[in-house]
Design a protein around this ligand. Structure first.
Ligand code: 5GP
Length: 192
C-alpha cells in the first residue's frame, strides 16, 4: 500500500490551542485518507467531555512511571506540569492496520522521536500569540493559571518552529486544512 511498505509517521506540533487536532480531524473528514492520530497517555486529569482511550489514556503517576520503566513509551515529556507520552504499541498497532500515524506532541517529544525513528513529515502549527490567548479563553477549559502557563510555553515552542519541515499558519481553518492536505498529498497516492 505504501511506497516502501511502511505506513508513514508524521509529527504535528504547535502550542496547545493552535488547532492541531481540529485541522487533522478536518483533513481526515475531507480526504478520507487512512490517518490516525495516536492516542497519548497522560497524567493530566480529564477535562469535561474527554473520553478515556479516545482523547487520552488517563493514567496516574505510578502507572505512567511503571510504563516508562517497562519501555512502553516511544517518547514522554513533562508538558504544562503533567506527564504526556506516546505509547510504542499504539504506533505499532496503527502501522499494522496500514494507517499513517500522526503524533500531536510537543517540541520535546518531537526531538525524542526523531532521535529514535525516521519521521516522514513534521509540521509546526503556529498561530499569533494574541489569537492563541483568545482561543484558550474561548475554549473555557483552563484556569487563568493554566492559560498563563500555556502561553509561556507557546513562546518557547514558537522559537523551535524552525526545526520542522513545514510551518503551517492557522489563521483560517479551511485554508489550514487545505495547506496540510497539500503537504501530505504525496503520501496518499496509493495503489489499492
Ligand atoms: P492538552 O493538555 O491541551 O491536551 O495537551 C497539551 C499539549 O501536550 C499538546 O499541545 C501537545 O503538544 C502535548 N502532548 C499531547 N500528547 C503528547 C505526547 O504524547 N507527548 C508529548 N511529548 N506531548 C504531548
Amino acid at each position: 500500500m505504501w511506497s516502501d511498505g511502511l505506513a508513514p509517521l508524521m509529527v504535528l506540533s504547535g502550542p496547545s490551542g493552535a488547532g492541531k487536532t481540529t485541522i487533522l480531524t478536518g483533513l481526515i473528514q475531507r480526504t478520507g485518507w487512512p490517518i490516525r492520530q495516536s492516542v497519548s497517555a497522560t497524567t493530566r486529569p480529564p477535562r469535561a467531555g474527554e473520553v478515556p482511550g479516545v482523547h487520552y489514556h488517563f493514567l496516574d503517576r505510578a502507572a505512567f512511571e511503571a510504563e516508562v520503566q517497562a519501555g512502553g513509551f516511544l517518547e514522554h515529556a513533562v508538558v504544562h506540569g503533567h506527564l504526556y507520552g506516546t505509547l510504542v504499541r499504539t504506533v505499532e498497532d496503527n502501522s499494522r492496520d496500514g494507517r499513517a500515524t500522526v503524533l500531536a506532541i510537543d517540541v520535546q517529544g518531537f526531538r525524542k522521536v526523531r532521535g529514535r525513528r525516521p519521521v516522514d513529515s513534521s509540521v509546526f502549527v503556529s498561530v499569533p500569540l494574541p489569537e492563541l490567548e483568545k482561543r484558550l479563553r474561548l475554549r473555557g477549559m483552563d484556569s487563568e493559571e493554566a492559560i498563563a502557563r500555556r502561553l509561556a510555553n507557546a513562546r518557547g515552542e514558537l522559537a523551535a518552529s524552525g526545526e520542522y519541515d513545514e510551518i503551517l499558519e492557522n489563521r483560517e481553518l479551511e485554508a489550514a486544512i487545505e495547506k496540510l492536505a497539500m503537504i501530505w498529498e504525496r503520501f496518499f497516492h496509493m495503489e489499492a
